[in-house]
Ligand binder design. Structure first.
Ligand code: NAP
Length: 288
């Protein structure tokens, strides 16, 4: 592709960001629709977030995605929030408008669409979510209306408490919280129908593990691991061996990315092109 002075720029910022398959998917979409735009990953540590955001604004980027660990912190640098992003308390997509940077959340829609496509039944179900970061907030928000019970387990109790306080106030539904320990996870899993990993464990090839044993993963469980990697995550491997239904993070990535593309371009996202681009990367964590 030929990049000229007229080429627009979209980006993804995070730390780490090297694992992201969004550049592959978004660049394929721009090319398919002949949009003169390029999507670039930028490694941005927390200490540089404000400067990076100001730079994007002044350089006139079309928009950008926000990933680990900035989805909550970025809010204070934006001029405006879409109501869904405000309610969730996390932003994963930013549009650069004439009047300023506007924050959106497409993760909520991404997880709903991924579960819908895989025909996962949520009615009357108990959902256990691991993590209390930006993605976990969006997932709780997306599922709380339909699920019977939501349980959030997180390493840092303070962040789980904040998620509970914020979302219970906005949604008027109860969210149960606990520590992410072997004991509390094993206990929660006994009553769980759908387990979702929304921690960042799993995305770096396994440099740390979830405190979960294969014996805790009973066959009746559906397991969604949103932390995709280049190979199947340890959680999905264990779940598959236990006979659970497993869903990788790629389907959610596709749908949150398609929604972001539509916010930036105002055009319908070429879903098949984006799906094929992701399939070419041969990431792990497919589904069965
Ligand atoms: P985030 O806001 O930084 O939150 C990270 C979460 O992971 C926190 O709950 C954190 O716990 C937990 N965590 C990190 N390292 C841990 C460890 N060693 N042990 C236990 N817990 C740990 O990140 P995010 O934006 O929510 O993203 C979380 C993951 O979801 C990332 O892997 C991201 O790539 C993935 N994601 C995928 C999609 C998709 O479309 N497939 C969409 C969004 C996000 P503490 O609170 O204790 O720090």
């Amino acid at each position: 592709m030929l990049i000229t002075g007229k080429t627009r720029v979209c980006a993804i910022i995070g730390e780490p960001v090297e694992h992201s398959l969004s550049p592959l998917m978004q660049n394929a979409a721009f090319q398919a629709l002949r949009i003169d735009c390029v999507y670039v990953p930028f490694r941005v540590p927390s200490s540089c977030l404000r400067d990076a955001v100001r730079g994007f604004r002044s350089q006139g980027v079309l928009g950008f995605n926000v990933t680990i660990p900035h989805k909550i912190k970025i809010i204070k640098y934006l001029a405006e929030l879409h109501p869904l992003a405000r309610n969730i308390g996390a932003v994963n997509t930013v549009l650069n408008t004439k009047t300023g940077l506007v924050g959106y959340n497409t993760d909520a829609m991404g997880v709903i669409e991924a579960l819908r496509r895989k025909r996962v039944r949520l009615n009357d179900s108990t959902v256990t979510i691991l993590g209390a970061g930006g993605a976990a907030r969006a997932i709780v928000y997306a599922l709380v209306e339909t699920a019977h019970r939501i349980v959030v387990l997180n390493r840092t109790r303070r962040k789980a408490r904040k998620l509970k306080r914020d979302l219970e106030r906005r949604l008027g539904r109860q969210i149960e919280i606990g520590d992410l320990t072997r004991k509390s996870l094993a206990e929660a899993l006994r009553a769980t129908d759908l387990l979702i990993n929304a921690t960042s464990i799993g995305m770096n090839g396994e440099d740390s593990s979830l405190p979960i044993s294969q014996a805790d993963l009973q066959q009746h469980l559906t397991v969604l691991d949103i932390a995709y990697g280049r190979s199947e995550t340890e959680l999905l491997r264990k779940a598959r061996r236990s006979g659970c239904r497993t869903i990788g993070g790629i389907e959610m990535l596709l749908h949150q990315g398609a929604a972001a593309f539509e916010i930036w371009t105002g055009m319908k996202a070429p879903l098949t092109t984006m799906r094929n681009a992701l399939a070419c990367a041969k990431p792990g964590g497919g589904s069965r």
